[in-house]
Ligand binder design. Sequence first.
Ligand code: IVH
Length: 679
Amino acid sequence: MTITADAPLTGHDEYLAAIATARGASAAYYSGEQSPLDDASYDRLLRSIADYEQAHPQDTAPDSPTGKVAGGAAPAGDIAHTTRMLSLDNAFTPEELVEWGASLERRLGQPPVGWYAVEAKLDGAAVAARYRDGRLVQLITRGDSRYGEDVSHVIGTITGLPEQLADNATVEVRGEVLLTAEQFEAANVIRVEHGDKEFSNPRNGTSGTLRAKDRAYRLPMTFWAYGAVELDGESFPPTGASHTEVLKQVAAWGVQTTAQTPMGLRLCATLGEVQQQVDQIAAMRDALPFGIDGVVVKANDAGDQAAAGAGSRFPHWAIAFKLPAVERQTKLLGVEWNVGRTGVLAPRAVLEPVEVDGSVVTYATLHNPADILRRELRLGDTVIVYKAGDIIPRIEAPLVELRTGDEQAIAFPEACPNCGGEIDKSQERWRCAQGAACRLPAAILYAAGRDQLDIDGLGPEYVSALVSSGDVADVADLFTLDHAQLAAASGSTKRADRLSEQIEQAKRQPLHRVFCALGVLGTGRTMSRRIAAHFGTMDAIRAADAAALTQVDGIGPEKAPIIASQVAELGPVIDKLTAAGVNMSEPRESDEGAGAGPLAGKTVVVTGGMTGALEAFKRHDMEELIRRAGGEPSGSVSKKTSLVVAGEKAGSKKAKAESLGIEVLTPEVFAELVADYLG
Ligand code: IVH
C-alpha cells in the first residue's frame, strides 16, 4: 500500500502501512542514506499517525514512531546519557505557535515570568560534549535520547568546540554540530579526491562524518551550544539560572553558542514579538552561511521550565517553529550541457518546477558526467532537490523505488555543444578540446557589447576573423590591435579607422564596465556595478578574498570563492588591460554628480508588474531609472533594502519587505517620487 503524506489515514491497514513508511524513512535518514520522504512529508506523515492514534488509542501499535525520539530509528549506541536528550515538538503555523503558548501559560498559570528566548534551530546533529576538568574528553550523539554513540574521533576538528575550556569546569555542553556551506563544499572536494561519493547535503554529511571512525581524512565541522547539564555530580546550571545565563557561562568558557549565530538569541515578552522574531530569522535564512530548519522558542526562566515539565519525547517549555523544507521531491525532465569560459562542459538538470524554501527551482547542478553515472540518474526519475543557504540547488540520488519503467538513459554529448568540435574526456570534467578558445568569439563579443566596453561596430564577423587570425586570444588583445589588423578583419581602412576610435574610447570606460567585460561567472551588469562601487579600483577587487567579497550585496558565501578564484585566474589578462591603458577605477560619486536624487543612498527592489506611468518599464528600465534617481537597484529583499516597489501580483518579496518593516510603494507613488527622472 502506498501512503501519501497528505491524506488522513482512514483505516487500520493504512495506519500500519504509514508506520512502516515512516520507520523506513527514519531509518534511512539516520543511516545517512537517501530517505524516500522529504522532511516536510515525514513530519506530515507522523502527524497523521498521531491523529489516528488519538482517535483510536486502543489500536496504537507498539512499534509506532510517535512515542519515540527520532521515530525510534536513530542508532542508540552504548553510552548512557546522564539526563535524557529530548527532542522538540513542532509548530508549522503561527496558529500552532499561539496554541503552544496558550498551553504553556495554562501549565504555568500565567505568562512565562522570564519571557520567551528565541533562537535558530540549526540543521545538523545533536551532540553532548563532556568536559572534565576543562578538557573535552568525550563526544556523544543523541542516539535514542537515553543512549548515544561515542563519536570522540571528531574532537579537534570542530570550530566552536574547543578541546580546552577557559577554566577547569566539569560539565556536559549540548548543542548542534553541522557543516557550514563552505565546509560542505570543501568536504566534497576532499571526498572526491579520496575517491569517495560526494555528500548530497550538509546534514547527511554531518551524520556521515560523525559515524565514519576510520576515514583517511578529517572534515572540519562547526558547533553551537544550546544548553548544558551537570556531569559527575558537579552541579550545573546553578539553581535558578535562566537559559540565557547558561549560554552566557558556556560562551565564557569559550564554547560557541546559539546566541553567537547571526540571528542571536532574543528575549520576547509576548507571542506576537516571538512571531516577529521568527519572521526575521526566516527572512535571514537565504543569506546564512549554514542551514537552519526552524526557530526554537523556549521559556527562558529556570522556574518556568521546571513548572512546565516534560513529556516522554519533548519538554513542554520549548517548541520548534519549522520553516519550509529545503528538500523537495520533483522529476528530472532533462539535462542541458553548457560550455564554461574555460571550455568545461557543465551538465545542468532541468526539473519539473518545484518550490523549495520559498523560491521555484527549475535547474540544479550535476557537476560532471561521472557524477551522473555514479548517481545512476535517468530522465523521468523522481529526485530530491536540496537547497540551503547560498548553495546552488543540487540533486540527491534518484528514488529508485518510484521508477515506473518509462525512465530513459541520459544522453551524453558526442561533440562540444558550443562549437561542435571534439571533446576531451580524459578527466572527470569533460572539456571542449579547444579549451578556452571554444568560447572565445562569444566572450569577445560579450566584452565588446553595449553594456560592457561598448565597442560599436565590432560585430560577430569581425570578431570571428580576429579570433581565427590569432590576433585576439583574450579581451585585452583588442586594445593592442593595430590599424592593419583591424583593416584585415573588417575589410576596409575606413572601418578600421572607426573601430580604432571606438577602441580608444573604450579605454576610458568606468571600472564596472571593464570588470563586466571580463565575464566573471555570476557577475553580470548589476553585480559588476556593485563590486566596482564597493571596491573602487581593480587592484582592490584583486586584493579581496572571499570574505571581503561577501560584503557586497548579493554575494553569498557560495558565490564569493568562485568570483575570487576567477579574478585570480584572470590576473594576466587584467595586467595586459592595465598595460594597454584601460581605466581601472570607478568614478567617485562626486565625479558623476551621484549621491543626489530622491533615491540617494537607497537600495531599491522592484517586484511584480509595473502599472501607470511605469507600465512600459521592463526590469532593465527600472534599474536604470533607480540609478538615475541616485539609488542602487537590487534583486532581493534583505535588511539592507531601503525601499520596495511592489506592482501587480507582487509575491514573496513584498511579504518579506513587510515582515522586515521596509517601506513598500505602489508603482504610481514611486513614479511621483522619481517624476523628474522618468524622461
Ligand atoms: S533545544 C530539550 N535548541 O533540534 C530541548 N535544539 O528537533 C533540547 N536543535 O534534538 C533541544 N537547534 O538537535 C534546541 N537552538 C536549538 C536547536 C536545537 C537545533 C535540534 C536538536 C534537537 C532537535 C529537535
